[in-house]
Design a protein. Structure first.
Lengths: 344, 526
C-alpha cells in the first residue's frame, strides 16, 4: 500500500520510468516494459504482437504469456525466460516488479513497479468486463497509473457480449443456407468468442482457419474448454452451409473465402461500434466485441486506482487527458511508438 | 422500436438485394401491427413528421458531455445522429423503450415545444442501435439502401403475392397498412384498387437484336422511338394528381409544372423529358430536376418538364388495359386531338415497310434524346410486368471506347473476395506536356464469371499501390467500354461522365498507349 506516500513524493516518477525510442525504460531496474525492439531485459504485459516481441535476452512475464510467446516465436531458445505469477513479486535492480491481472487476454498482466516507496502501474491493455478466458482486472492503488486509450472517446460504449453473440446467432437463423465467417484476432478474441458462443448454448462444431489453430490448442492446454472445434482444412464432404467459421480478419476478403456457401462476413472488434469504420472493413455483420476497455471502463478505472498522476498512452489520448484533468487528476499523454490498432 | 432498429442496422450493412429482402420479410412476419406497418411506411418513404434540426441534436450532445468531448467525438464519427446515439448512455430507470408505433403516433401529435423532452426520454430508454434508428427516422434520412419497391416486394413475398398486386393497391392504402397485412397474412379481403388514382404496374419490353427480328412478322408490330428520358405514369382521378416513376415512386413534388398542367381524368404511360421549344434536352438536363424535394422557379424556367405520351391505361373511369394496343392507340390519338396541352404530346408511330427499312431508319436517327426503337404488337393487351413476346426494345448500338484500367475495388457479398469494380481512364496531355491517364468512369458488370476471375488475378498480379479496399494497378490493361451516352461533367476530374458504362471486351491485344484520349471522348458529347 502507498499510505506512506500520501504527502507529495519528493521523487519525480519520470526520473525512473520514461519513454525512449526502444520503449518504456525503467532506469533503476535497467529493463524495458513491452519494448518495440529486442532488448537485454524486458518485462512483458501480454502476448499480443505489439507488446511481446522476439529476441530479448531475458524476458519476465506471466507463465501463460511466456507460453504464448514460445508458441509464436519458435520456442524462443535464446531468451532467458522468467515466469512470475499474478500476485508474486521479484526484485530487478532496485525495483520490485509484480503482476496483477489485466483482464485483457489469457496471461495478460499489469506491471506493478515499486521504487523508493513510489508505485507505478503500467496497465498494458485491459478491460473491465468479465472474460471467460482470463481472470478479471484488479485495480491496484498507485501513485502513477499508465493507462491505455484505444477506445478513449465517449462514443465507445461496448454493448453486452451476450447481445452481440445474439446478433450473430440471429443472423445464422435468418440465413441458414449461408456460411457465417467471423473475423477474430487469433490471440484472445478468437477463444473468447468461442467461449461466448458456448455460453449462449451454441454447441455445434466451430470451424477454424488454419491460422487460429495453434493458439486455440494452447488455450485448451490451459484448461479453457472450446468444445467441438476443427480446422477447415480437415473438412471432408462439408458444405459449410449454416456453419460458423472463424478466421483472422485479414482472411475475410481473401481468396480463401471462395470455398464457402455465399458467406456473410462478420467482424468482431471494438471499432465496429462506428459505422464508417465497420464499412471500411467490409463487415456485413459488425459485432462489437472488444478486449479493450471502453470509455465508461477507462474513466471508472481512473477513479478505482485513485492515482493522483495518470499517463495516457496509445490511442485517443486527448479525450482521456481532458477528462482526467476535469476530475482533478494530473494527466498527460505518454507517447510510445510501435502500437498496432488492428489488434483491438 | 428495438426490433425496427435491429432491422435498419442489419440492412445498412447488408449489400445483397436478396439478403435485404430476407431481413425485411422476417421482420414483417414476426412483428405485430401496427409496428410493422409503420416500419413499411418508413422504408417506403411514407412517414412524414417535422424533422429534428441538427442544432437540437448538437445541443443535446454538448449538454451531456460538454463541448470539447462532443467536438472530439463528432470529429471522429463524422455523423451527428450517430455521434449522439453513441455518447448517450441508457438509463435503466427510464422504463421500457418505446414501440415504433408509439414513436410515430406521438411525434405526429406532439408540438415542436414538446418534442425535445419526449426525445430525451426515448434516448434514455433505448440502446445505442435504438437511438441511432430513432435519430435517423427523425432526421428523415434512413439511408439503408432499400428502395420503396424493394420494401413492397418484401411485403408481397410474405403473402406469396406478386409485387405488382401490392403496387396496384398501394396508393389506395395508408400507414400502418392493417388491411394490407390482413390480406397478405390472414386471408382478409384484398384491399380495393382506387381506379384512376392507383398506380398501375407498367408493361415492360424485352431487348431484341437485328437477327431475332427476322423471326417476327413486321406486319404485327408498331414502332415508336425510344426516348431517352424517364418512364412515368401520369395518373389523375378526382382530387388525385400524381406522377410516378416506373417503379411506382411518387415524383410529383419534383415536377409541379407537370402536376399543374393535369386537367383530365385518366392514367397515361409516357416519357418524362426536358423540352425547350421543340427540342428534347439531353438526359443530363432531366437529371438536374430529379431527386429534388423543392424546385426553384429558375429550375422550372430553364429545365421545363414535358411528358410524351405513348399509351393510355384508364380514361374517364374506364380500364382500357384489356384492349389491344391498336385500340388504345386510337383512343389516345383521338383524346389528344381534342385539346391543346403544351406539357403533353404524342409519341409518333414510325412507319416502316419491313425490318430492313426500319433498320435503316434506326441507323439514320442519330439525334440526342433517342435511345433506339420500341416495337409493340398491335394486338397486345397492356400486361403488368415483362411478358415475353408482345413488346421489344431495339436499342441503338452502344458507343465504344478503349480505356486503360487504373484502379480496382473489391465487390460486396458474393464478390467480396474479387476485385470487381473497375475504374478506367483515357489519355490526356498533362500540364507539363507529358501524357497522363485521367479516370473517366467506373464499371462493375459486362463481364462473364470467367472474365471476372481473370480480371481479379490480373489485378492481384499488377498491383502497385493499395488504399484500403482499392488497388492501383500498372496502367497496362486495355478495356473496351460500351456506354449509352456521354456528357460534360464538372463533378468528374476528367470533365466527362458516361451513361451506363460496362466492360464490353478485355483487349489484351492492344497496347495501353493506343487507348483513346479524353478529347476523343469529348467529341462524342452531343
Amino acid at each position: 500500500m502507498t499510505t506512506d506516500t500520501l504527502a507529495p513524493a519528493p521523487l519525480d516518477p519520470r526520473s525512473w520510468l520514461y519513454p525512449t525510442p526502444r520503449g518504456l525504460y525503467c532506469e533503476p531496474g535497467d529493463f524495458y516494459v513491452d519494448p518495440a525492439v529486442a532488448v537485454p531485459r524486458a518485462v512483458i504485459t501480454h502476448g499480443h504482437g505489439d507488446h511481446a516481441r522476439p529476441g530479448h535476452r531475458a524476458a519476465l512475464a506471466t507463465p501463460e504469456t511466456l507460453a504464448i510467446m514460445r508458441s509464436r516465436f519458435q520456442d524462443m531458445p535464446d531468451t532467458a525466460q522468467q515466469p512470475l505469477k499474478y500476485g508474486e513479486s521479484v526484485r530487478i535492480g532496485d525495483v520490485d516488479v509484480g503482476f496483477a491481472p489485466a483482464g485483457h487476454i489469457l496471461g495478460s498482466a499489469q506491471a506493478v513497479l515499486a521504487y523508493r516507496g513510489q508505485r507505478i502501474v503500467v496497465s498494458g491493455d485491459f478491460k473491465r468486463r468479465p472474460d471467460p478466458t482470463c481472470p478479471p482486472f484488479e485495480p491496484v492503488p498507485c501513485d502513477v497509473f499508465i493507462t491505455e486509450a484505444t477506445f478513449a472517446l465517449p462514443v465507445f460504449h461496448h454493448p453486452s457480449d451476450a447481445g452481440e453473440i445474439g446478433k450473430l446467432l440471429r443472423s445464422v437463423a435468418t440465413f441458414p443456407e449461408r456460411t457465417h465467417l467471423v473475423g477474430v484476432y487469433a490471440l484472445g478474441k478468437c477463444q473468447r468468442v468461442i467461449r461466448l458462443l458456448r455460453q449462449a448454448g451454441y454447441d455445434k462444431r466451430l470451424w477454424l482457419h488454419g491460422g487460429l489453430v495453434p493458439l486455440c490448442k494452447l488455450y485448451q492446454e490451459h484448461g479453457i474448454d472450446l468444445g467441438d472445434v476443427a480446422p477447415v482444412s480437415d473438412a471432408i464432404l462439408e458444405t459449410f452451409k449454416g456453419a460458423i467459421v472463424l478466421c483472422p480478419p485479414s482472411a475475410l476478403a481473401d481468396r480463401w473465402t471462395r470455398r464457402f456457401a455465399d458467406p456473410i462476413a462478420a467482424v468482431c472488434s471494438g471499432w465496429m461500434g462506428v459505422r464508417a469504420r465497420a464499412r471500411q472493413r467490409g463487415a456485413e455483420l459488425p459485432l462489437i466485441i472488444s478486449d479493450h476497455a471502453d470509455w465508461p471502463e477507462l474513466t471508472r478505472t481512473l477513479t478505482d486506482v485513485g492515482a493522483p498522476k495518470v499517463w495516457v498512452t496509445h490511442g485517443r489520448e486527448e479525450a482521456l487527458v481532458h477528462y482526467a484533468r476535469s476530475i482533478g487528476i494530473d494527466a498527460e499523454a505518454l507517447h510510445l511508438g510501435g502500437r498496432d490498432e488492428e489488434e483491438s | 422500436m428495438q426490433a425496427f432498429a435491429h432491422l435498419l442496422d442489419a440492412l445498412s450493412f447488408q449489400p445483397a438485394r436478396n439478403a435485404k429482402l430476407r431481413l425485411i420479410e422476417t421482420y414483417l412476419a414476426e412483428t405485430p401491427d401496427p409496428d410493422r406497418g409503420w416500419a413499411l411506411a418508413a422504408l417506403t418513404g411514407g412517414l412524414d413528421f417535422p424533422a429534428a434540426k441538427p442544432a437540437l441534436l448538437r445541443g443535446f450532445g454538448q449538454e451531456k458531455i460538454g463541448e470539447d468531448l462532443f467536438a472530439l467525438s463528432y470529429d471522429y464519427v463524422g455523423d451527428l445522429a450517430e455521434t449522439l446515439a453513441l455518447i448517450w448512455e441508457t438509463d435503466p430507470a427510464a422504463g421500457p423503450p418505446p414501440t415504433l408505433g408509439e414513436v410515430v403516433e406521438t411525434l405526429q401529435r406532439a408540438s415542436r415545444r414538446e418534442t425535445p423532452a419526449i426525445l430525451k426520454r426515448w434516448l434514455d430508454a433505448l440502446d445505442a442501435t435504438g437511438r441511432w434508428a430513432l435519430l435517423k427516422l427523425l432526421t428523415g434520412a434512413l439511408r439503408v439502401g432499400v428502395s420503396a419497391r424493394l420494401a413492397k416486394q418484401a411485403a408481397a413475398n410474405i403473402g406469396r403475392q406478386p409485387v405488382d398486386a401490392v403496387e396496384e393497391i398501394w396508393h389506395g392504402l395508408s400507414a400502418p397498412y392493417r388491411p394490407l397485412f390482413d390480406w397478405l397474412l390472414q386471408d382478409g379481403p384484398r384491399p380495393s384498387t382506387n381506379a384512376g388514382g392507383a398506380f398501375l404496374p407498367p408493361m415492360l419490353a424485352n431487348p431484341i437484336d437485328r437477327a431475332e427480328l427476322d423471326t417476327l412478322d413486321p406486319l404485327h408490330f408498331r414502332a415508336e422511338w425510344k426516348w431517352d428520358g424517364i418512364r412515368v405514369q401520369v395518373a389523375s382521378s378526382g382530387n388525385v394528381k400524381r406522377l410516378c416513376s416506373r417503379a411506382g415512386e411518387d415524383v410529383s413534388k419534383a415536377f409541379p409544372d407537370i402536376i399543374e398542367a393535369i386537367d383530365f381524368d385518366g392514367v397515361f404511360d409516357g416519357e418524362l423529358l426536358v423540352r425547350r421549344e421543340t427540342a428534347i434536352a439531353p438526359f443530363n438536363d432531366l437529371q438536374q430536376r430529379l431527386n429534388r424535394k423543392s424546385v426553384t422557379p429558375k429550375m422550372l424556367k430553364e429545365h421545363p418538364a414535358h411528358v410524351r405520351l405513348y399509351d393510355v391505361l384508364w380514361l374517364e373511369g374506364r380500364d382500357l388495359r384489356s384492349l389491344s394496343f391498336d385500340e388504345r392507340r386510337a383512343r389516345l390519338e383521338a383524346w389528344i386531338a381534342l385539346k391543346e396541352r403544351p406539357r403533353f404530346d404524342l409519341s409518333p408511330l414510325v412507319s416502316f415497310r419491313d425490318w430492313a427499312d426500319l433498320a435503316q431508319q434506326r441507323e439514320a436517327m442519330r439525334i440526342d434524346g433517342i435511345e433506339g426503337l420500341m416495337l409493340k404488337r398491335g394486338d397486345s393487351a397492356y400486361l403488368a410486368g415483362r411478358p415475353k413476346g408482345p413488346w421489344f426494345k431495339w436499342k441503338r448500338d452502344p458507343m465504344l471506347v478503349d480505356c486503360v484500367l487504373m484502379y480496382a475495388q473489391r465487390g460486396h457479398g458474393k464478390r467480396s473476395s474479387f476485385y470487381s469494380d473497375f475504374t478506367f481512364g483515357c489519355w490526356r496531355d498533362s500540364a507539363d506536356g507529358t501524357r497522363e491517364l485521367a479516370p473517366v468512369g467506373k464499371a462493375y458488370f459486362g463481364f462473364t464469371d470467367d472474365e471476372l476471375r481473370w480480371l481479379d488475378k490480373w489485378v492481384r498480379d499488377h498491383t502497385t499501390n493499395r488504399f484500403g479496399p482499392v488497388r492501383e494497378v500498372t496502367p497496362e490493361l486495355v478495356l473496351e467500354i460500351a456506354f449509352d451516352g456521354v456528357a460534360r461533367s464538372t463533378r468528374h476530374k476528367s470533365g466527362v461522365s458516361m451513361r451506363f458504362p460496362r466492360i464490353n471486351r478485355i483487349r489484351t491485344d492492344k497496347p495501353a498507349a493506343e487507348a483513346d484520349t479524353v478529347d476523343s471522348l469529348l467529341r462524342l458529347v452531343p
